[in-house]
Design a protein around this ligand. Sequence first.
Ligand SMILES: [Mn+2]
Length: 298
Amino acid sequence: MSFSVERDPATLRTIWISDIHLGTKHSRAEDLLSFLKCVESERLYLVGDIIDGWALSRNWLWKQAHNDVVQKLLRKSRKGTRIVYIPGNHDAFAREYTGLRFGDILVERECVHTLADGRRLLVLHGDEFDGIIRYARWLQVLGAIAYGFALGLNSVFNRVRLAMGRPYWSLSAYLKKRTKKALQYIDDFETLVAERAQQEGVDGVVCGHIHQAEMRPIDNTLYLNTGDWVESCTALVEHMDGTLEILDWTDVATRERFDPERRTSLDQQELFIHGDGLPGKVPYIATPELLLTRSKEA
Ligand SMILES: [Mn+2]
């Protein structure tokens, strides 16, 4: 079997994932597994909160899919993907192993990644910038669903208040104010992380922790957040040319782009075009063995 390295979107230079929280019932381990099956990369960064040690010490919930994710990662590592594991606050137990390896997986407190185009990114989990850990989830639940609902509830609520002779009090405005506070918190977190990167003299920073995928410049620093595999299913990836992209695995179009069966049919199309002798359509063909050599050299 051969496939095109340049054209195959599933062959990535780098993948960053974080906040999987294996060991909790909310972990989207099956979705992550399907993602990991569809993509290959030269490097893979696990940006913290991979295994939820806090949950495991409270109530043990370790499903087959959680095992499968760990096995899949170890397998990728054996096959040549260079994996760096940066523990977060929920898997802080692994920070004791900083500088050591689990199999071929290197554990680091933080590190610097160089993109194909030479830009340098600081990679860290991000909990050190944080005082209130539960905010992001609270924002998503309240912000996305309850605010709209609260507007409806507000009128019912105030009819009751009016019947009781109480003055008007806006539940929705109260909630909105709280949500604004949550937004402010996320904004503060992002600014702090970007400032840290600036101090290090790098071009950008990759983090996780707040379960909010993002890619935007803050001053002169590129702020990148991988998101999570609990509430959303997002990953940050680097294509072979150094282009960065946030992938949302809940998005059907994204999944289709990386689906192996669909890719096979695309490859056949390309070979057909190549056979027709059309200029500029010659795909770069590499065997899996060549790829393996490439990733070991890199
Ligand atoms: Mn965290």
